[in-house]
Design a binder for this molecule. Structure first.
Ligand code: 5GP
Length: 199
């Protein structure tokens, strides 16, 4: 998605550990109009699928996921990173997710009330790096006996192994922007986007 790539070039910042900071428009301050266009792109890509739920993980996935849910006219569910006191252990689905950026492992939690075996789920997240967040969400979908129809990602870091792990699961992935490298603190997009660089 051209607009997203341009925003990354103008407003993104690359940190030493291969982390791209996009907090001025994607995951702290949010550009609502960009977010709406990205949600619409997912609707164009997955619109023909019979999707009944949008699933994401708190916190940064919530903004894109809720707009995608608006286009599909289905509920959005987000996995919590800690178990609410009001939920009992046998009322929840859980998965272990290691965070690449924070270097912590969380048990993510979804109430069993909100995903069931009839559901066709579209997973949405802001970044795909090593794939742990998405794989954790897929594990929850599987535990619920539901079906993961696809995965929609705003920014894929293609030099990490998340895409490879998801492809092994034969899941349909739509990434709006694919980064081939962040070496030397410079953004290089995949293939045809290589000419847009950020130092
Ligand atoms: P994964 O589980 O695929 O390794 O990482 C995905 C999660 O880590 C995303 O939900 C996102 O919050 C965070 N993440 C991974 N890489 C980056 C990055 O370069 N920048 C930011 N802002 N978040 C990232």
């Amino acid at each position: 998605m051209e607009l997203l790539r341009e925003m990354i070039v103008t407003d993104g910042k690359v940190y030493d550990n291969n982390v791209l900071k996009v907090d001025s428009f994607l995951n702290h301050q949010i550009d609502a109009s960009l977010m709406m266009k990205m949600a619409e792109s997912f609707y164009e890509y997955f619109g023909k699928e019979k999707i009944t739920k949008i699933l994401t993980i708190e916190a940064s996935g919530i903004a894109p996921a809720i707009l995608v849910a608006h286009f599909f006219k289905v509920p959005m569910v987000f996995a919590k990173k800690s178990k609410p006191a009001t939920l009992k252990n046998n009322d929840i689905y859980t998965a272990e997710v290691h965070s690449y950026t924070k270097n912590v492992t969380n048990t993510i939690v979804v109430s069993e009330k909100f995903i069931n075996k009839e559901d066709n789920v579209l997973i949405i997240d802001d970044f795909l790096a090593n794939g742990q967040a998405t794989l954790g969400l897929m594990e929850i979908v599987e535990k619920a006996g539901a079906n993961t129809v696809g995965v929609g990602i705003l920014v894929e870091k293609s030099f990490q192994n998340g895409r490879k792990l998801l492809e092994q699961k034969n899941v349909n992935i739509c990434s709006l922007c694919r980064i081939g490298s962040l070496e030397n603190n410079e953004v290089k997009f995949n293939v045809a986007d290589d000419e847009i660089k950020k130092g």
